[in-house]
Design a protein around this ligand. Structure first.
Ligand SMILES: NC(=O)c1ccc[n+]([C@@H]2O[C@H](COP(=O)([O-])OP(=O)(O)OC[C@H]3O[C@@H](n4cnc5c(N)ncnc54)[C@H](OP(=O)(O)O)[C@@H]3O)[C@@H](O)[C@H]2O)c1
Length: 302
């Protein structure tokens, strides 16, 4: 299959990572980087030097989609200009709930008028995290979700956990839940062959943690964890009842710029399969997001 020809609009943090990821992929090609006139003469990294930099969409040829990596308040206007050329768009606006729905409606009108598809809010949050949130709620109707962002979480070494057999080292963070109760996240680097469940049980059973809400997360490298600043815990509890307690937990540490760029690329792969109009990520099928790798992904993940 011919690679999809994409343009990256705005060469800031998200735009630069999108451009690099596209240039490393086999099924996507970077046809142009669209920049404001003030920054168009700026130097590109060595790996992107052959990519044309343009300042107007009229200069772009045969594009399959444009990835809008510009500030949220500039997206609607730029999207309208691009859609006018019949070019599909993907954006990752930082809008949620009704504000995102209103943005989608505006883009939808223009997209239908110009017969092009658009995926809006296709980043980490909104975007992939919205899909996880939605699935958690779907699996536990009537339950409650807590989302705790731990930006710049402070971690301290934990002598006690190092005494547990199989633990190389451990870091502990204390977080206040919305009801002000104390929660502890214990991140453990394990020795080869150690059993994570047994270790989690041993840590929770220690008198230091008894009666406290303690979550234990095995990690590859504590050194890397200490360098990371951002994370989220999505915690969903189903309602009590005769079906028992369901408790779903997503703990993630990440660079939201990188994850946002990955979601934008996936959305671009889905664009050729969509009718004209605007969509948010949960409306796009996973199969479409995998693009030409859909069959392989189905075999691997189903
Ligand atoms: N959904 C999510 O989870 C998520 C996560 C992170 C970011 N985002 C969104 O992604 C977008 C990009 O974020 P970023 O961190 O890459 O921002 P950034 O580093 O500030 O880059 C934005 C780029 O857009 C261009 N730009 C700046 N002002 C502009 C204007 N008034 N009109 C048109 N273009 C303008 C500039 O590129 P040139 O100099 O090349 O023109 C600038 O480098 C934002 O909308 C942000 O909210 C979403």
């Amino acid at each position: 299959m011919k690679p999809l020809r994409l343009a990256v609009v705005g060469f800031g943090r998200v735009g630069q990572i999108c451009a690099e990821l596209i240039s490393q992929s086999h099924d996507l090609s970077l046809a142009a980087i669209v920049r404001r006139a003030v920054s168009a003469s700026g130097k590109l990294p060595e790996t992107l030097r052959s990519v044309p930099v343009i300042t107007h969409f009229g200069q772009a040829r045969d594009l399959d989609a444009a990835l809008l990596c510009v500030p949220t308040n500039a997206v609607a206007e730029i999207a309208a200009q691009i859609l006018q050329h019949g070019i599909p768009i993907v954006d990752c606006v930082l809008l949620h709930g009704e504000a995102l729905e209103a943005h989608k409606q505006v883009i939808h009108k223009a997209a239908v008028h110009h017969r092009a598809a658009a995926i809006v809010g296709a980043g980490w949050d909104p975007g992939a995290l919205s899909v996880f949130r939605s699935w958690f709620a779907l699996l536990t109707p009537g339950g409650a979700t807590e989302t705790r962002h731990h930006t710049g979480i402070s971690l301290r070494h934990m002598a006690m956990a190092r005494t547990v057999v199989g633990v190389k080292d451990a870091l502990c963070a204390e977080v206040r839940a919305p009801d002000r109760s104390l929660q502890r996240y214990v991140y453990v680097e394990l020795q080869k062959g150690a059993d994570p469940d047994k270790i989690a049980h041993a840590i929770r059973a220690d008198p230091l943690f008894l009666g406290e809400d303690t979550q234990v997360f095995p990690v590859e490298s504590l050194a890397e964890l200490e360098e990371e600043g951002r994370g989220v815990v999505l915690d969903r509890r189903g309602p009590p009842g005769r079906f028992g307690h369901q408790h779903l937990l997503l703990e993630a540490r990440f660079d939201d710029t990188v994850l946002t760029a990955q979601v934008m690329l996936a959305a671009a792969r889905a664009i050729p399969q969509l009718e004209a109009g605007a969509y948010v990520l949960p409306e796009v099928s996973l199969t479409a997001l995998w693009g030409e790798r859909a069959e392989k992904a189905q075999r691997e993940w189903l």
